[in-house]
Design a protein around this ligand. Structure first.
Ligand code: OSB
Ligand code: MG
Length: 368
């Protein structure tokens, strides 16, 4: 498959809710949308990087520069027999996983379409729908949190994840647990604590949480291992896992007992699959994370989450929770906590060009 041309669009999309985490508040998303063309087909991927480097180091502006100045010129006009060949072409460039993942993921979509098969089939998927929960941001009040938990449980979501930060942790979790004693409940700190905050973790340990996600620094493993030894609740790693090698080190040192895999965070589908397989060998469950994706990134995530060791509910909830108007034509909606795989070749979604034009703030194009 020769990559004949590439289009990189920058979109500004308003979110339906204000999403507050320990690292900041988002009211909209600035989304990079990559379209690779070849053999009359198109492959799609979206950038999940944040505008400021508050989640990991990558940013929208940095990604745009790296894509247009380096990554896309290095693959344009070239023929890659499969995604592994493309991955090797990008491998010399260090770090920048989310940016490199855009090229890799768009190529997987293009390649699957050229073979006429769903992406899930090429990745080794074994299901046609995946279990999902919701990630609820920090709210103005505990009452509002309780309302939202009730609403999403009533909709059938299989797990509630509450964002926490110092000052918004033990009390909100205590009240949610009290009101919903049977709910599958988790928390995500996005690296807001340090090892000496273990008073908070000992308190959270009493609430029968499925896991505590990324409590400590984004680049730490050692302290996560120390904390894991002190609490019963499994630690789930998100920010700290960027590769299969990193996951191997983390699991060998018992820095966590669950992994949140985000395909983009780890550099693409190939690496995500390697982490999935490694975790399975360790007897560690994984789940599919989310980055408030549009239908493009969401479809990629659903396909990847059909692999067998994605046994815990993921963050890939209904697109209509996030957007009044998604940028794809297909409705990606969960029913009773199950998200169906978008059917058709590749990621199984088509772009709504009219909506994209309305949201577009920039366009770059190269190739034939
Ligand atoms: O830590 O999982 C996270 C969103 C942006 C950045 C980081 C995270 C998240 C979420 C949202 O939790 C998950 C979703 O609904 O897409
Ligand atoms: Mg997280």
């Amino acid at each position: 498959m020769r990559i004949e041309s590439a289009e990189l669009l920058t979109l500004e999309l308003p979110l339906k809710f204000r999403f507050e985490t320990s690292f900041g508040t988002q009211k909209s998303r600035r989304v990079l949308l990559l379209i690779l063309q070849g053999e009359g087909l198109e492959g799609y991927a979206e950038g999940v990087m944040t505008e400021l480097p508050l989640y990991r180091e990558e940013t929208v502006a940095g990604a745009k520069a790296l894509l247009t100045e380096t990554l896309l010129p290095s693959v344009l006009g070239k023929d890659f027999p499969n995604p592994e060949a493309l991955r090797q072409a990008l491998a010399p460039f260090r770090g920048n996983h989310q940016t490199k993942a855009m090229v890799e993921m768009a190529f997987w979509d293009l390649w699957a379409k050229s073979l006429g098969v769903p992406l899930a089939d090429l990745l080794g998927g074994v299901k046609r729908e995946v279990p999902v929960g919701v990630s609820l941001g920090i709210q103005p009040s505990i009452e509002r949190t309780l309302e939202l938990v009730e609403k999403h449980l009533a909709e059938g979501y299989k797990r509630i994840k509450l964002k926490i930060k110092p000052g918004w942790d033990v009390e909100v979790v205590r009240q949610v647990r009290e009101a919903f004693p049977e709910a599958k409940l988790t928390v995500d700190a996005n690296s807001a604590y340090r090892i000496y905050d273990d008073r908070v973790f000992r308190a959270l340990d009493a609430f029968n949480l499925d896991y505590i996600e990324q409590p400590l620094a984004y680049d730490d493993l050692a302290d996560h291992a120390r904390l894991q030894a002190r609490i019963q609740t499994p630690i789930c790693l998100d920010e700290s896992v960027l590769s299969k090698e990193g996951a191997r080190v983390a699991l060998s040192m018992d820095a966590g007992r669950v992994i949140n895999i985000k395909v983009a965070r780890v550099g693409g589908h190939a690496e995500a699959k390697k982490i999935h397989d490694l975790a399975e060998a360790f007897g560690i469950p994984v789940w599919m994370g989310g980055m408030l994706e549009t239908g493009v990134g969401r479809a990629h995530a659903i396909h990847a989450a059909t692999l067998p060791n994605y046994t815990l509910p993921g963050d890939t909830s209904s697109a209509s929770r996030y957007w009044d108007e998604d940028i794809v034509n297909e409705a990606l909606e969960a029913k009773a906590g199950m998200m169906p795989l978008p059917e058709g070749p590749g990621i199984g979604v088509t772009l709504n060009r009219e909506r994209i034009e309305r949201a577009r703030i920039d366009r770059w194009r190269a190739g034939q």
